[in-house]
Design a protein around this ligand. Structure first.
Ligand SMILES: Nc1nc2c(ncn2[C@@H]2O[C@H](COP(=O)(O)OP(=O)(O)OP(=O)(O)O)[C@@H](O)[C@H]2O)c(=O)[nH]1
Ligand SMILES: [Mg+2]
Length: 700
């Protein structure tokens, strides 16, 4: 569904204090139910009148056509709700591995994550990879065991698999209660409360946790111990060991500390279908999740990189806002989602916009002065105007012409640049062509807009293969990008990605070049003899002047070199430059009138072609060094596949428990779809990087 943009109502005041804000990102594998759960929370808090659904394509967060078509999220989305006096910014992210760039943007905007794992699936290798993404940025996490209404759901088994995967900090905060075999509500281990609100006609007395009183008590004690150890509060530990009763309020505040420190991951069972766990989750977010004040923001400097400092989350501090996401709305144009790290963003103000240029991914480093028009709070694709956005809050901005994902918005009187977050390396190349010359300009413009919005894209324009290659994260990402390009009105086609081959001399040889035309008018006369000698890979081209006795005057020696160099670059076969060779000019002949620079260039080129014919040429193909990180169980399959791709394994080393890193040299032609292949070989769990390593002879 395309949500209605801008609700034209009067601008409302957003929260004015960071303590009344929670930024919570929903992360977890695809299909775990994140988008559906966000939808349920929005409906439960009356933020939306009716709960939409993913299969019907009517949710707030999956508003893009590509998401509706793929029936999964393809980008991060923000949807705020109010729970009491607290504004909770829910940030939905896609679980599919192609969209890890969107996940990282979501993590950047948030102060805590809810990790959603299906009660029918538990934690698999993809889930671990996402957990690792959260851990590397130190994101506090709670675990939601979702879809508990489904027949095959098993909350206890899912908790156990999460604990095995993520460690002993995973501890239930609530247990499910059942009526017969159906979950009907939750039992709070900290509060001792039962919420059997789902089936009103079922008397609470007829529901049970399926556990004995002793088991429930043990689960409660385990939670209290988890809170105490995660909060690292010695006085609490002493009270507990002395057998004193610790009040619920004290434990709740220790719970918040333990979650913020990353030592405790409380578990809440939920069902977006029936609503079980929804109120507990909202209460848990407000009472147990860190506020923006507890989040150490990224370091910022001046745009020139001076005066590094970490700003406080202070509405009265210097303005430091980061664009975490950009999308293009068909009606409004560019919409930037931004996190205010410090200061207060007000509408109708001049601001400074500055950005990085990491790895040539985006535009070069840039700085400009722009004007913020209205400030909005986003609801999926919808926008509602607000009077301000304080430190710790998220907002949407339109009409910021130059701003792109990763940019910093600050006060023009003291411009800042926030240090960038890690963007993933796109590894699936896609060669694009426009249907006509006029379309080529439109394609170029649209691509530039997409590159500015999505840091997980990279564009290479290869002069060697004369292709425009867009690097994406995987097929689903590529599909989304093609759709966005077509929606922007360009007719774009894809073609197979070409690889740039080279050639080298097979052995030493002599070459004779003669360019003589003396019939009528001013003639042309140049004769030269060269010797070629193959050099080690990567040496490039060397030219040696071994002329003795002035057989060729100095000024024409340079001409021969120029002719040789041009022929090397052109190659003797089309689009196949010659490399790694020493060319020595050993002899030649000149004519006092007819010799010229042009004639000696032509003779030099002819001598090189002659030498190539005598020596024979080897075709070289580009080879990349790949580094693959994968669970041990998939090692055999991945190594077998590497050898089928003519890969040469350089080494395998154990990594974290159960994981291995493999390094290998693999021909680039064999890697054009490796991003897709390695994923299917490893059930989506392996990741890899590739770097150009050099050229190697193509097997005959
Ligand atoms: N029965 C049941 N089905 C659910 C529940 N939550 C989600 N679903 C269904 O599960 C499917 C996937 O749900 P999504 O909300 O799209 O999952 P997601 O985690 O957002 O997936 P990605 O966007 O791909 O990461 C949809 O068909 C939902 O209708 C639930 O609590 N109970
Ligand atoms: Mg989703």
């Amino acid at each position: 569904m395309a949500n209605k943009r801008g609700d034209n109502g009067p601008a409302t005041a957003g929260p004015s204090n960071p303590t009344s804000i929670r930024n919570v990102v929903f992360v977890g594998p695809s299909g775990a139910g994140k988008t559906t759960l966000v939808e349920r929370l929005l409906a439960a808090s009356s933020t939306i009148a009716r709960q939409g659904s993913v299969p019907e394509g009517t949710t707030v967060c999956d508003h893009e056509t590509a998401a509706v078509e793929q029936q999964r999220s393809v980008g991060m989305a923000v949807a705020p709700l109010w729970h009491g006096d607290t504004k909770i910014n829910l940030i939905d992210t896609p679980g599919y591995a192609d969209f890890v760039g969107e996940l990282r943007a979501g993590l950047r905007a948030a102060d805590a994550a809810v990790f959603v794992v299906s009660a029918t699936e538990g934690a698999d290798a993809t889930t671990r990879a996402i957990w690792h993404e959260c851990a590397r940025v130190g994101m506090p996490r709670a675990v939601l065991v979702s879809r508990i209404d489904q027949p095959r759901s098993d909350v206890a088994a899912a908790v156990e698999s999460c604990r095995n995967a993520f460690g002993p900090g995973v501890v239930p905060l609530y247990l499910p209660r059942f009526h017969e075999d159906r979950p009907t509500g939750l039992h709070g281990l900290l509060t001792g409360s039962d919420h059997d609100h789902v089936l009103d006609d079922v008397p609470a007395a007829s529901t049970h946790t399926g556990l004995s009183d002793a088991e429930v008590e043990a689960a409660g004690n385990e939670l209290i111990e988890g809170i105490i150890s995660g909060s690292e509060d010695d006085s609490l530990l002493e009270s507990y060991l002395a057998g004193w009763r610790i009040s619920e309020g004290t434990l709740l505040s220790a719970l918040e500390t333990a979650v913020a420190r990353g030592g405790l991951h409380p578990v809440i069972p939920v069902s977006a279908e029936t609503g079980i766990g929804v109120h507990e989750l909202l209460d848990g977010i407000v009472r147990g999740f860190p506020t923006p004040l507890e989040h150490v923001p990224p370091e910022s400097t001046t745009p020139e990189g001076r005066d590094p400092r970490v700003l406080d989350c202070d509405p009265d501090g210097p303005l430091a806002v980061e664009v975490v996401h950009t999308s293009v709305d068909p009606y409004i144009g560019r919409v930037c989602l931004a996190r205010v790290f410090s200061g207060t963003l007000l509408p109708d103000r001049s601001v400074h916009v500055s950005g990085h240029a990491p790895k040539g991914r985006r535009r070069p480093e840039h700085d400009s002065e722009e004007r913020v028009g209205h400030v909005y709070t986003p609801l999926g694709a919808g926008l509602h105007e607000v009077r301000h956005c304080v430190a710790g809050d998220l907002c949407a901005l339109t009409k910021l012409g130059a701003a792109e994902t990763g940019d910093t918005i600050s006060d023009p009187s003291s411009p800042l640049l926030i240090q960038p977050w890690d963007v993933p390396d796109p590894l699936l190349p896609m060669a694009l062509t426009a249907r006509s010359g006029t379309e080529a300009d439109a394609l170029s413009r649209s691509l530039n807009r997409l590159l500015a919005a999505d840091p997980a894209l990279r564009l290479d324009r290869s002069t060697e293969t004369r292709q425009m290659v867009l690097w994406c994260m995987g097929e689903a990402h590529a599909e989304v990008i093609l759709r966005r390009l077509r929606e922007s009105g360009v007719t774009v086609e894809t073609e197979p990605v070409r690889v740039a081959f080279r050639q080298a001399f097979a052995k030493r040889a002599a070459g004779h070049g003669r360019h003589v035309k003396q019939s009528g008018g001013h003639g042309q006369y140049a004769v030269c003899d060269i010797e070629v000698e193959p050099l080690p890979r990567g040496s490039g081209f060397e030219f040696v002047d071994r002329i003795v006795g002035g057989a060729i005057p100095k000024q024409f020696v340079g001409s021969v070199e120029k002719g040789v160099r041009a022929q090397l670059e052109r190659g003797v076969q089309p689009e196949c430059p010659l490399v790694d060779v020493r060319v020595s000019l050993v002899d030649g002949k000149t004519h006092s009138v007819d010799s010229s620079d042009a004639a000696f260039q032509a003779a030099g080129a002819a001598a090189l072609r002659d030498a190539a014919e005598r020596a024979g040429l080897l075709t070289l193909e580009p080879v990349d060094e790949v580094e693959i990180h994968l669970p041990d169980v998939h090692l055999g399959a991945v190594l077998g596949d590497l050898s089928a791709r003519r890969g040469r394994v350089l080494g395998t080393e154990p990594e974290d428990a159960g994981w291995t890193v493999v390094r290998a040299h693999v021909p680039s032609t064999e890697l054009t779809r490796y991003a897709v292949n390695v994923r299917s070989l490893s059930s989506g769990s392996a990741s890899f990087t590739r770097d150009f390593a050099g050229y190697e002879p193509l097997p005959r």
